[in-house]
Each structure stands twice: as structure tokens, then as C-alpha cells.
Design a protein. Structure first.
Length: 365
């Protein structure tokens, strides 16, 4: 069944404020059907607040447009993410004063507020849904689209499966890929893997060349920051199984979304500052392609497919990839960059009954 995806394009025809993306986004929201859904309801706006010196997350002007729309139609919005306080969202302009609503830790400030749903897929057994997401009446999945070392790309699915759950659930999903392997002969002990870890999960047994690389799997989420940052390829994943990982992502997404009635879920993908890496890296690299616009709709699969289709290798900005790096020359831009077919994620979402890749693009001018 063909699904509609609304598209507010970055491209413009006149030097007028009405032609800018924030104004087109406002018109998109009017056509979204959200006005009728949010009245009198607690509305969770799930987005990534970034970290470190990143500046490629969703600009505050768009967040404020969405918050004002929800407020203007009688909704009670709040923004939520995992690790809010530790990521210092105020450094990227995300404050209650600027955005017009609270910014809250999804699992509470102690990280212990969640609901566990059982799952039985290989070693993936627990979906710990963030309490504030679970208890909301409406979920607006507000995602920044970019590349991702584990997922191939990060969009609406990643924002739910990795952003609405606990560290335990993320670890179990990443665990479907395999464990980390350290090659002592390749390691230069530069320490980049240690500083790249957001979870204090790795260390060397002692200083100097004789130190052995150690991983505390209680803390490790297998996010692969250490794998990506290593300049010599000394850290790799063992028994890598990308299909199992993407199946886990889809099952987690379905479990979280099952908390809501279908009409109380809406997905918005922002395709600006489309970079190679996830926003959780705490830094921003140059854009891979020019800014494209915003995709939105109630069908997560259609919105994700429309987003991927809009990102074309022909539009590559060379400075967006590391100097000296050569793309593989086969597949989607994200596949050439990370070696992983991003469409596998959509296949698994479709198999999980979450929507259809067959879509019709409806442009909001």
C-alpha cells in the first residue's frame, strides 16, 4: 500500500522569508494532521540533543516551530532524550527558555525510570522503554538524518531504537553484531579509543607500550566509536552480523511504538547538515551533500525511505569525507562510506509490520 510522505524542500524560488525551510516546516505541520491529535495530551518530542562541540543537530528554530505548533493546538509538549544533562544541550541552544517547553531525561535523572518489555530474539531479551516516552500520550519522533557507523545511517528508527531505551537494551542490540577484538601488533597506544568512548568502558591495563587493551562490557554499548576512531584498525568487531543487528533495531522500534495507538505517532526527519557520523560523537564534520529539507508522515518506513532516496551520491560534497578516503563505488552513499547497506534496516522495519517502502512524495511549497 502506497503511503504519503510530506516533503518541505530546502530549494527556493524567491528571496522571501516564506520560501525558507522554517516557514515551509510550519506549513508542513499544518498539513500533518497533528493539530487534532495533540489537544489536551502529553506530547513527547524525541530528539537527539547532541553533545560536545557538535553543531549539526536540529537547529533550535525548527524545534521551537514544532513546540509552538503543539502548544498552539492545546498540547502539552516536552522534549526528551537519553543523557540530557550530561550532554549539556544548552551549549547548542536547547534550553526551556529558547524552545518553550521542558527538556527532560527519558529515564529520569537517575536513569532508573523505565518499563521492561520481554523480547526473544537471540541474545536480545529486554526492551527497557524510557518511562517518560512510555507514559506520554503522543510521540513525535523528531530526527536528524546522518550517517552512522553501526546502522549505516541514523534517522527515525535509530532515534527510537537507540534513543528511547536504556543502556542495557542498547548493549543487547549492539551485541547482535559481536564483540570487540584488539590486535596488539597494530596498536600504537595512541589513546584515541579511550577518549572517544562516551561510557568509560575501555582502558589499557598499564601505561606505555606494554599495556593491554581492556573492555568493561558492563559499561560498553558496542557503539563502535573506538573501532571508527582507531587510526591503525587495531580494534574490530568479531562475528559481525549486520542483518541480526538491523532485525534487533526493527524489533526494538516496534516494541516502543506499540506503546502508542498508531494515530498518536508521527515521524519527522530533518535532512540538514547531513554528515558522516552520529550526533553522539560530540563533533561535527562537513556535510556530505547539500541540505535537502524535511520529510514527515505517520509511516516510519515511508519517511525513512524517502529520506534515503533524497540523499544521492551524485550530490556528494568531497570535503564531507576524510581527506584521502576513497568510497567503495557501489551502493548508496552511506553504504560506500560505512560499508553497510542502509536499506536492510528498512527491509527489517517492513518485515516487522511498521510500514511500507512504497511511498508518494507530497511537496509542501
Amino acid at each position: 500500500m502506497t503511503q504519503s510522505a510530506l516533503f518541505a524542500p530546502m530549494a527556493y524560488t524567491r528571496y522571501e522569508a516564506s520560501q525558507t525551510l522554517p516557514e515551509k516546516f510550519a506549513r508542513l505541520l499544518k498539513r500533518s494532521g497533528l493539530a487534532e491529535r495533540v489537544k489536551g495530551k502529553q506530547v513527547a518530542i524525541k530528539m537527539h540533543v547532541g553533545s560536545g562541540v557538535s553543531y549539526s543537530t536540529i537547529p533550535p528554530v525548527f524545534v521551537r516551530k514544532l513546540v509552538d505548533f503543539v502548544l498552539g493546538h492545546g498540547g502539552k509538549p516536552f522534549i526528551t532524550d537519553h543523557y540530557v544533562a550530561g550532554r549539556h544541550p544548552e551549549q547548542r541552544g536547547y534550553t526551556e527558555h529558547n524552545l518553550g517547553c521542558p527538556i527532560l531525561e527519558g529515564c529520569g535523572h537517575l536513569g532508573k525510570y523505565f518499563y521492561t518489555k520481554p523480547l526473544d530474539y537471540k541474545t536480545f531479551l529486554h526492551v527497557d522503554i524510557a518511562g517518560l516516552v512510555h507514559d506520554a500520550d503522543v510521540l513525535i519522533n523528531f530526527s536528524h538524518v546522518k550517517g552512522h557507523g553501526s546502522c549505516g545511517f541514523g534517522g527515525a528508527c535509530k532515534n527510537i531504537a537507540m534513543g528511547c531505551v536504556t543502556d542495557r537494551t542498547r548493549h543487547e542490540i549492539h551485541g547482535l553484531e559481536g564483540g570487540l577484538v584488539w590486535d596488539a601488533d597494530k596498536c600504537t597506544h595512541c589513546g584515541k579509543c579511550i577518549t572517544a568512548c562516551n561510557h568509560d568502558a575501555n582502558s589499557f591495563s598499564k601505561p606505555g607500550k606494554d599495556g593491554v587493551y581492556e573492555v568493561n562490557y558492563h559499561h560498553c554499548t558496542l557503539c563502535q566509536h573506538c573501532v571508527k576512531i582507531c587510526p591503525t584498525g587495531a580494534i574490530t568487531l568479531d562475528s559481525h552480523n549486520y542483518t541480526d543487528f538491523q532485525t534487533g533495531m526493527a524489533l526494538c522500534t516496534r516494541t516502543v511504538l506499540d506503546t502508542f495507538a498508531p494515530e498518536d505517532i508521527y515521524h519527522i526527519n530533518v535532512l540538514t547538515a547531513i554528515t558522516a557520523l552520529c550526533d553522539c560523537w560530540g563533533m561535527t564534520t562537513p556535510s556530505l551533500v547539500p541540505d535537502i529539507g524535511i520529510m514527515a508522515g505517520p509511516d516510519i518506513v515511508a519517511v525513512e525511505r524517502a529520506s534515503l532516496d533524497a540523499i544521492k551520491i551524485e550530490d556528494l560534497i568531497p570535503v564531507g569525507i576524510p581527506q584521502g578516503m576513497e568510497l567503495s563505488g557501489s551502493g548508496h552513499l552511506f553504504q560506500q562510506l560505512h560499508g553497510k547497506d542502509p536499506f536492510v534496516q528498512l527491509d527489517k522495519l517492513e518485515e516487522a509490520g511498521l510500514g511500507s517502502q512504497d511511498y508518494k512524495l507530497v511537496t509542501v511549497k
